[in-house]
Design a protein around this ligand. Structure first.
Ligand SMILES: [Zn+2]
Length: 187
């Protein structure tokens, strides 16, 4: 897993995003799942006007997929770090490995002023991130299943996955989980 960059004292209050804009990590609250760079002709030129996904370690993996699948992943994937059982930090670690240029992290574990210890901000929006995470989890599952001795289980999983539509799943999941109440808003 990638190690997050630890910011020095000077840049502690500035998190530079992949688009070049900077935000103050203290403005990120736990309900925030994405925000839109102000953008536009009147704003700071570093700001891109696009929407970026925001994830903190406090968000459960069930933000992205059902608790039943979270349990399976926790049972099948061994983690060897300080974050404990498989969870959001591991998911974001995989996203960071796949998209190193499009994800920034901020370590706030020594900062009592915020309610999270890690935050990740991506160049893409929360819906795109959701699709990426579901695709990565399908790959993780495929990898785990391919080590199973049981050929029937492998066959069943593969045929289920052929019919699995990531974008459809994400659409439905986001509706079911009522994202309108999640305080998505601009900084
Ligand atoms: Zn931006």
């Amino acid at each position: 897993m990638a190690t997050p960059r630890v910011p020095g004292p000077e840049d502690e209050r500035q998190l530079e995003l992949p688009c070049g804009a900077t935000i103050d990590p203290h403005e990120i609250d736990l309900g925030m799942r994405e925000f839109t760079c102000p953008g536009g002709p009147d704003s700071d030129t570093d700001s891109c006007g696009e929407t970026h996904a925001v994830v903190t370690d406090v968000h459960p993996p069930s933000r992205f997929f059902p608790e039943s699948l979270v349990t399976i992943l926790q049972e099948t994937i061994d983690t060897e770090d300080d974050f404990g059982e498989f969870g959001t930090p591991h998911l974001m670690g995989v996203v960071l490995e796949e998209f190193p240029e499009q994800v920034v992290t901020h370590d706030a574990s020594d900062d009592g002023a915020v309610g999270y210890s890690m935050v990740w901000v991506t160049d893409f929006d929360a819906r795109r991130l959701h699709e990426i995470i579901v695709e990565l989890v399908v790959e993780l599952m495929e990898h785990a299943i391919s080590h199973a001795e049981d050929d029937t289980a492998v066959g069943q999983f593969e045929s289920q996955m052929l019919e699995f539509d990531v974008s459809e799943f994400v659409e439905q999941y986001r509706q079911q989980r009522d994202f309108e109440s999640e305080h998505d808003r601009a900084l």
